[in-house]
Design a binder for this molecule. Structure first.
Ligand SMILES: *Cc1c(COP(=O)(O)O)cnc(C)c1O
Length: 359
């Protein structure tokens, strides 16, 4: 089922960024955005593409007080054959609905949501940057928008999609990151919202992130919220280890975000004949493996960086260098293959690339 979408084009198109090497992440926005409203008695209504700009919001709106907000992060790529493509977009739409279910926000029709993304990206296709490694980041988000302060599942909601041309994540070649294992704060617990992509999870994670940054670490590696000994995930990335030749990654236990990059990496690794274990991994096991030399590689996976090798882990006052502080063979191969598929440079055997339009 497709939603009706009215289109109001901007009278003042902005100049495209002149220097694509200075795009950065999420600072520049395109000319238009998509918006659609929901009410329990009407369903979704008033789907519209309008000029990009501020949104008027009721001061008592649910999202401002109780944080009823979920989002997605995906990219459109200018592929080698000149088409504009997305990567497994239906997976993002399905995850948005899973997040919505957890926060009592309304569901979107899958086909309708995909059509919204297509329509917006096609309209903004000139904003998809051209340089190697650049892309158009797409940020769909959905929030509770009841105009009163009662605490209950919302009756009104708003769905918005904005787009931002983003630079190459690794402008100066892939650089392994330094990660601090967090032993004080926790991000999520089973039964909580860890598996949902919701703003609240990020709000709760900022303090640890800030502390890690002050000590020279890029991101935090979270431990489970109950025993504080099992590895969960990194900031906005899932995490994988190569231990004694096998690939080990934390199982999706309910407190971890089910990453689409994670899922894609596991499928590729199985194609390549690796033994892949989705299970609990304790910090003790990890540092034992580091000590006896069987911890061969570690990396994060997520849409923004695709694959982010981990060069150093910090825990309880000790720093452990991994893989000589360099990118490992498996992380490099995953990065080359996933980005190769995304930019249409190598065979897409799984049919993950989704063509939006000609560029
Ligand atoms: C989005 C996100 C990821 C990565 O998911 P992808 O679908 O691979 O981009 C991992 N962890 C968290 C907390 C996230 O929000």
């Amino acid at each position: 089922m497709k939603y009706e979408i009215s289109i109001t084009k901007t009278a003042n198109p902005k100049a495209r960024p002149a220097d694509e090497s200075k795009l950065g992440f999420g600072r520049i926005f395109t000319d238009h955005m998509f918006m659609m409203d929901y009410a329990t008695d009407k369903g979704w209504y008033n789907g519209r593409i309008v000029p990009f700009g501020p949104i008027a919001i009721h001061p008592a709106s649910t999202v401002l007080h109780y944080g009823a907000e979920i989002f997605e992060g995906m990219k459109a790529y200018r592929a080698a054959d000149g088409t504009i493509r997305m990567f497994r977009p239906l997976e993002n739409v399905k995850r948005l609905n899973q997040s919505a279910e957890r926060l009592c926000l309304p569901q979107l029709d899958e086909e309708g949501c995909l059509d919204i993304l297509n329509t917006l990206v096609e309209l903004e296709k000139d904003w998809v940057p051209h340089n190697d490694g650049t892309s158009l980041y797409i940020r769909p988000f959905l929030f509770g928008n009841d105009p009163h302060l009662g605490v209950h599942a919302v009756k009104e909601a708003t769905f918005v999609v904005i787009c931002s041309p983003v630079g190459a994540y690794y402008a100066e070649g892939i650089n392994p990151v330094k990660i601090a294992i967090e032993s004080q704060d926790v991000r999520a617990v089973r039964g909580g919202t860890g598996y949902a992509k919701c703003g609240g999870n990020y709000a709760a994670s900022l303090r640890a992130g800030q502390r890690a940054e002050e000590q020279g670490y890029t991101q935090v590696l979270w431990l489970d919220g109950v025993e504080r000994k099992y590895i969960e995930e990194v900031g906005a990335m899932n995490v994988m280890f190569k231990i004694g030749g096998k690939i080990v990654t934390p199982a999706l236990s309910g407190s971890i975000l089910p990453g689409i990059t994670r899922k894609s990496c596991l499928e590729l690794l199985k194609d390549w004949g690796y033994t892949v274990e989705e299970r609990q991994i304790s910090v003790d096991e990890l540092f034992e493996a580091a000590a006896n030399g069987s911890l061969e590689e570690a990396w994060g996976t997520g849409t923004a960086a695709v694959v982010s090798p981990i060069g150093q882990l910090f825990y309880n006052g000790n720093a452990y260098t991994l893989c000589g502080g360099k990118i490992g063979e498996v992380a490099q191969k995953l990065y080359d293959n996933l980005t190769g598929i995304q930019w249409g440079k190598i065979d897409d055997a799984h049919g993950w690339s989704y063509t939006v339009c000609n560029g």
